[in-house]
Design a protein around this ligand. Structure first.
Ligand SMILES: [Zn+2]
Length: 180
């Protein structure tokens, strides 16, 4: 009989699987496997490959282990720059490299029930082989995860200002959609 297991990061209930997940991430192996498949779908289809950074940052923001976890700080900084400042994936990656290991206040993952998980992206893209569905749902997922971190938005903005002032432009919240 197959048991079920809830992902400790996003709450997604899936049949229990054995397996390992990345270090520093609170995710069930089944959830991590779906994420890997979603990444594979995106990476194999240009121009979806350029959304990989957003996908990774969103997944870590939803599953990153709390406490002193630079991966979580990097992911949140990435979402902040991409969503609030319209920075591209390559710009976000450069910023994260420049960020190093900044001091951060204790970060507590949102306790609210997520409105979207990686399975929503899989259902609208990978599972129906629909490129635009993948891109649009990925943006919506990223937006929802960033919104859920609202109690820490000021902390992330402060870290970014202190360490990456040059990456901040006049705030211009981007309008999500499939952009060429
Ligand atoms: Zn999960």
């Amino acid at each position: 009989m197959i048991g079920w297991r809830c992902c400790p990061g996003c709450g997604l209930a899936m049949p229990a699987e054995r397996g390992d997940v990345a270090r520093g991430v609170d995710a069930s192996p089944a959830c991590a496997a779906v994420f890997a498949e979603v990444c594979g779908f995106g990476l194999q289809r240009h121009p979806l490959d350029r959304f990989q950074q957003l996908a990774t940052d969103t997944y870590i923001a939803q599953h990153g282990r709390e406490g002193d976890n630079p991966r979580l700080v990097h992911a949140l900084t990435g979402l902040y720059l991409a969503i609030e400042h319209g920075r591209t994936a390559s710009e976000v990656l450069s910023a994260q490299h420049a960020l190093g290991r900044p001091a951060s206040p204790p970060l507590t993952r949102p306790r609210t029930v997520p409105t979207m998980t990686v399975i929503d992206v899989a259902e609208r893209g990978l599972m129906v082989n629909f490129v635009i569905g993948h891109a649009e749902s990925l943006y919506e997922w990223a937006d929802s995860v960033w919104a859920a971190w609202e109690p820490h938005h000021a902390d992330v903005a402060a870290i970014t200002r202190e360490h990456l002032g040059g990456f901040i432009t006049v705030p211009q919240r981007i309008c999500f959609g499939f952009r060429a």
